[in-house]
Design a protein around this ligand. Structure first.
Ligand SMILES: NC(=O)C1=CN([C@@H]2O[C@H](COP(=O)(O)OP(=O)(O)OC[C@H]3O[C@@H](n4cnc5c(N)ncnc54)[C@H](O)[C@@H]3O)[C@@H](O)[C@H]2O)[C@@H](O)CC1
Ligand SMILES: [K+]
Length: 532
């Protein structure tokens, strides 16, 4: 499990740690991490460190000093007239060339274009809001140059400069980083969109900080293993979790197939299908395991392939929402119906999970919030939006995107970004709804056996586990078979930062679910072996 903390918490605990460790001790540790990342991407040519006037620049200066001593031709381009004094002296002493150009792009660019690696040490967590001029214009120009020369690598110190926002918002221009070497703990910009999309990989340098409550969590394989139901000798199809899928219509029969394959691949004990006649035949051809007789279930998914404009579909959706006594996944067209029912006080007693994409979230908020919401407004501040929607709906919200945010009405936050960009394809969401329902059914079956009930934390965690399985399945389908993006000493290598791969279809994701499931179980085995 990775934990994400607020910028203010990290800064406060860093200040205490700096006092205890003595001058520049932690800064040198941070700089060591930056220098290591540069060494990993460096091939030839020179390295240029962009250095601002705070401790973020100090990290970059010490990193340049380390690199120079290791034989890498490193130079420093000062973007402030008050750089960190001791760090600057250390860089000078190591033989690093120091430049202090006038603060405009015309003077700065000729120093940077020959370098193959840039270190972004302009500002870190000390900057509030968007970068001020002239740094804002300089960074925008640098980003344009970087886009034209993609072979150049950028290693950012702590955060891409200007992105240390409390909620992942991007207030102005930013320089995209191949690697962010972040200090002490993961900050919101490392995981929350849109800021997180400005970086391909985030590495964490441990400063031994004593941190308080986290803001958000990222599940890893071993955490997913703790959530999913693994059958024992005495288990049977009912005790493993039964799912009802109220999905698919004459208009969209394929959605029923994909949701069924999703639930099947994620280990449902049994799938009860409530669907249109045409869809039923298709599903049974693709998944003869599905049962078309309704009965007792531990989780329900409704909405995939249902059209809320169609009266028959609408009534099927409302029936499921009224009748559900177990966790209910509300997907696609069913979300706006659920929002209307919540708004008129007719739904909300049971535990619901809504799985909107940005457009569906905007539609639901326009109903519940009584103000105009657009997709763009959602995408500017997804975590704030998801929290608002969770509060207004009383449901766990899984706001889908390259990074999917899972938020409970009680403020539990998970963020998962295993899936590569290839996963954004038609029907991918139908598979996800089936996966989440299957995981929830397993968890619900377990608590029912213990005569307990699911709390919001468990519910949100189970949804996050479903998003992990779907994302890792997509990663495997697209040819990234080795990892879930958090292994091998790397803090985060999210799917949206991956290069390469291959096109996938929603059914490919479903086919890879058992492999993803196995990957989660494997993780546990590895750590058990290591513990011996
Ligand atoms: N002191 C230490 O030993 C450690 C420091 N750390 C580093 O220190 C950073 C924080 O350092 P600081 O608190 O000095 O702050 P920063 O270095 O992040 O930023 C301060 C500088 O940015 C300028 N600035 C502030 N807001 C701005 C804006 N909107 N536009 C343009 N410029 C702006 C300030 O004038 C100042 O020069 C962390 O991000 C991290 O990189 C970490 O390495 C941990 C250890
Ligand atoms: K930075």
């Amino acid at each position: 499990m990775q934990r994400v903390f607020s910028v203010s918490m990290i800064r406060a605990r860093e200040a205490t740690a700096v006092k205890a460790a003595g001058p520049d001790e932690l800064m040198k540790r941070a700089a060591r991490g930056v220098a290591n990342a540069v060494q990993d991407v460096y091939e030839a040519g020179e390295v240029a460190a962009l250095v601002g006037g705070g401790d973020n620049g100090g990290d970059a200066l010490y990193a340049a000093a380390f690199l120079r001593r290791e034989g890498v031709p490193a130079k420093v381009v000062l973007l402030s007239d008050h750089p960190h004094e001791r760090a600057l002296a250390a860089a000078r002493e190591a033989g690093v060339q120091i430049y202090q150009p006038a603060l405009n792009s015309a003077d700065i660019l000729p120093l940077l274009t020959p370098a193959t690696v840039w270190i972004d040490g302009i500002v870190g967590t000390g900057a509030e809001g968007a970068l001020k001029e002239p740094l804002a214009s300089i960074v925008t120009t640098l980003e344009n140059v970087r886009l034209q020369l993609p072979a150049r690598k950028v290693v950012a110190v702590d955060v891409p400069s200007g992105l240390a926002t409390p909620d992942g918002m991007v207030p102005g221009g930013a320089l995209r980083a191949d690697i962010v070497v972040t200090m002490g703990a993961l900050k919101p910009s490392a995981v929350f969109p849109p800021a997180c999309y400005h970086q391909s990989e985030v590495r964490l340098v441990d400063l031994g900080l004593e941190l308080g409550p986290h803001f958000a969590r990222v599940l890893e394989a071993a955490d997913v293993r703790e959530v999913v139901a693994i059958p024992s000798a005495t288990d049977h199809k009912y005790s493993r979790g039964v799912v009802r899928l109220a999905v698919g219509s004459q208009k969209y029969p394929g959605a029923a197939v994909l949701a069924t394959l999703g639930a099947r691949g994620a280990g449902a004990g049994m799938i009860r299908l409530v669907t249109d006649e045409a869809a039923r035949a298709l599903v049974l051809a693709a998944a003869p395991e599905a049962v078309t007789v309704d009965g007792r279930v531990q989780a329900v998914a409704v909405g995939c392939g249902l059209d809320p404009q169609n009266l028959e579909d609408r009534s099927r959706i409302a029936t499921q929402i009224f009748a559900a006594k177990v966790p209910l996944v509300v997907d696609a067209g069913a979300i706006s119906v659920a929002a209307q029912l919540v708004h008129s006080g007719q739904a909300g007693a049971q535990q619901m999970v809504w799985t909107p994409h940005a457009g569906e979230a905007a539609e639901a908020l326009s109903i519940l919030d009584e103000s105009e919401w657009t997709r763009e407004r959602v995408e500017e501040a997804p975590i704030k939006t998801a929290m608002r929607l969770a509060g207004l709906s009383g449901a766990v919200i899984a706001l889908k995107g390259a990074a999917t945010l899972i938020v409970s009405p009680r403020g539990h936050v998970f963020v998962q970004a295993q899936a590569p960009a290839w996963a954004g394809t038609a029907g991918s969401g139908d598979v996800l709804a089936g996966v989440i329902a299957a995981v929830l059914a397993g968890v619900q079956a377990r608590v029912e056996e213990e005569a307990g009930s699911l709390d919001w934390e468990e519910l949100a965690r189970a949804v996050a586990a479903g998003v992990w399985l779907h994302g890792v399945a997509a990663r495997r389908a697209a040819g990234f078979e080795d990892a879930d993006g958090q292994a091998g000493g790397v803090a985060l290598r999210p799917g949206y930062g991956l290069e390469g791969g291959r096109p996938i279809a929603a059914s490919d994701i479903a086919r890879n679910l058992p492999g993803a499931f196995g990957q989660a179980l494997q993780a546990r085995k590895h750590s058990a072996r290591e513990a011996l």
